[in-house]
Ligand binder design. Structure first.
Ligand SMILES: [Zn+2]
Length: 63
């Protein structure tokens, strides 16, 4: 049986692997290996939001 939501699955994988910002979807030069958010999202986020979503700040540059 083929997986129907393959594209959605790939996007989710990129977020989980830290290749994309978890919140706005911007891509980075390298995978972080864990979920991250970009500088802009980090600046706009409250500490509570960051803590509850379990993301970390991106260390690689955005593409
Ligand atoms: Zn972002």
């Amino acid at each position: 049986m083929e997986k129907e939501n393959n594209k959605m699955g790939e996007i989710a994988d990129d977020i989980i692997s830290g290749f994309q910002c978890s919140w706005c979807g911007v891509c980075f030069e390298e995978e972080h290996g864990y979920p991250v958010i970009c500088d802009d999202c980090w600046k706009n986020a409250t500490k509570k939001q960051i803590k509850s979503s379990g993301v970390q700040k991106a260390i690689y540059a955005e593409l």
